[in-house]
Design a protein around this ligand. Sequence first.
Ligand code: ADP
Ligand code: ADP
Length: 226
Amino acid sequence: KPYLELQGLSKSYDGRTRALDGVDLTAAKGEFITFLGPSGSGKTTTLMLIAGFEAASAGEILVDGAPITRVPPHKRGIGIVFQNYALFPHRTALGNVMFPLEMRKVPKTQAVEKARAMLALVGLERLAERHPREMSGGQQQRVALARALVFDPALLLLDEPLGALDKNLREQLQIEIKRIQRSLGVTTIFVTHDQSEAMAMSDRIVVFEGGRIQQAGTPLEIYNRP
Ligand code: ADP
Ligand code: ADP
């Protein structure tokens, strides 16, 4: 039984053209799926619909068999990291990671403990008291990842989280994200237009083209196809 299911998902922003045109997709629990495809092919739109930041024009999204199309974003239990999804500048790393727990009224001591554990998981326990401006881009994205994971989300959405980083750092963080995702077993959708990144990280690659899924398969299947 699939954990995440997209059924005939479509989106039009202007009422005429379709940014997304009848996307069907399933993801198993714990699966790491990468959306690959050129700019404008519908990858981000699909994430926005899953996250609930945009409303679908047609179709349905199911998590664990239940439709979430009418569930507001903050109640979907989805962790999100975007390329430019900025940290709160006035909060420390720890304060940023604690934020989702504060929203959920988790008691302070428990929230601090959980947030510190997440910072340790992303390798930043020693930078807990730093503000974003005192951290590198890679460190900031680690904080963003910790913040996205701190409330044990059912789903993790990563939209080009490494896009702003240089090549060495990208490769290092690819491995780390993979390790963390595996250790938590969180179902993950990762958006990139970098083919080698998709090959290295994914259980399955979904290739978008013009708002549709052009092909889908394991990295080997995609790679060996003409
Ligand atoms: P990417 O290709 O990396 O997804 P874009 O530069 O296409 O990013 O888009 C950046 C932001 O602008 C996104 O939030 C997207 O939803 C929005 N956007 C993209 N195209 C349009 C458009 N034609 N009109 C309004 N907003 C758009
Ligand atoms: P990708 O993430 O693959 O780059 P997007 O999902 O951002 O693609 O964009 C798909 C299509 O929808 C593009 O034609 C883009 O211009 C359009 N689009 C995206 N976001 C918006 C928006 N907020 N308003 C209007 N058009 C948008």
